[in-house]
Write a protein that binds this ligand. Structure first.
Ligand SMILES: [Fe+2]
Length: 347
């Protein structure tokens, strides 16, 4: 079948074909663990035609034409301990990379899939159901959201990392194993690693000997999924077939607030203070939030601004503060400002 006609046939099969219920769970079932611990979910999008390769190749072309940063193609081979900047991009025809993913040893990420109305409808339905399951009005609490599709060759690896975003990742085709740690376990995720992440080093969270021991391991197959809470360290290995996963990623008000406290703590640590982690002193948290809101320069309009906008101002302010209190700024270990498209957050 020709490329265009295969995609057209897939579109015809998908028109109005969303299942009446996507998640196989009861109201409030996720309320206790949501955004605290990882947990397994069951869904009805396994092998759904909306995620077949010809349709995804068409979606990728549309997204590429909108903005190059909406499509990322990288080498599939990596180690759990790799930094993002150690994984080379892959020069590959986008269509070939997706349609022949079984052989191309590649890893493809499609971002902003909600730009296509069919995927938008799917995401909207997911968010409506997830609001019921989590007992949180997600459409009100979410400050930024993006729908991703991950397409990966057999055996592809996603290195250990954390994301500011929370997500629900649903396996559509193929199998893989997802390892996720408790974001509050400081034996696998150190306080200064979180601070460095929020200061711009997207690979700051290091894989440790205890990580595998402590990980919750989720075997994925079509119909299974996982919730990864904000900052839950995770890493992934694909099984023996190509994999397609659909992920809804979102920032929430509460985690955005904490990110500003972590940024403050990063600069305090550089001045050789031992900063108090967020949540332990409401007075200290408030002072840090007041300091960062004075430096924020207005409301963020996207995720990049949300997480990075304050950094240069905070750096300058911390140097002034250091002079006032007679503290020297420790030599910088920052990896520099990151761009909006660095750190694919591949899951
Ligand atoms: Fe991720």
């Amino acid at each position: 079948m020709e490329r265009g006609s295969a995609a057209k046939a897939a579109r015809e099969r998908t028109a109005g074909s969303m299942p009446s219920k996507i998640f196989n769970h009861k109201k409030d079932e996720f309320a206790d663990k949501f955004n605290v611990l990882p947990f397994a979910v069951s869904h009805n999008l396994g092998e759904h035609p909306l995620f077949e390769l010809p349709r995804l190749a068409e979606l990728a072309t549309t997204l590429w034409e909108m903005a190059a940063g909406k499509v990322v193609v990288q080498e599939g081979s990596a180690d759990f301990g790799n930094r993002w900047d150690e994984i080379p991009n892959k020069a590959l025809s986008l269509i070939k990379g997706i349609r022949e993913i079984e052989q191309t040893d590649a890893w493809v990420l499609l971002k902003s899939i909600q730009e296509d109305p069919e995927y938008r409808e799917c995401i909207d339905q997911c968010l409506t159901e997830l609001s019921e399951l989590t007992s949180v009005d997600l459409k009100k609490e979410i400050t930024w959201m993006d729908g991703y599709i991950f397409i990966a060759s057999p055996g592809a690896v996603t290195p250990h990392h954390i994301d500011h975003e929370s997500n629900f990742l649903l396996q559509i085709h193929g199998d893989k194993s997802i390892n996720v740690c408790d974001p509050y376990d400081r034996s696998v995720l150190f306080e200064d690693e979180i601070e460095n992440y929020y200061a711009g080093d997207l690979s700051a969270a290091k894989f440790k000997p205890a990580s595998q021991e402590k990980a919750y391991v989720f075997p994925m197959e079509p119909g299974k999924g996982v919730h990864i809470p904000s900052k839950g360290p995770h890493w992934v290995r694909n099984g023996g077939h190509y994999s397609v996963s659909f992920s809804i990623n979102f920032c929430m008000r509460q985690t955005d607030v904490r990110s500003r406290i972590y940024q403050c703590n990063h600069y305090l640590r550089k001045l050789s203070f031992e900063p108090t982690p967020p949540g332990q002193s409401s007075m200290k948290d408030l002072l840090k939030l007041m300091a960062t809101s004075r430096l924020s320069g207005g409301r963020a309009s996207n995720k990049f601004e949300l997480l990075r906008k304050n950094l240069k101002r905070l750096d300058r302010a911390s140097r002034v503060f250091g002079k006032v209190v007679g503290r020297r700024v420790a030599p910088s270990t920052d990896k520099g400002a990151v761009s909006e498209n660095e750190g694919a957050g591949r899951s």
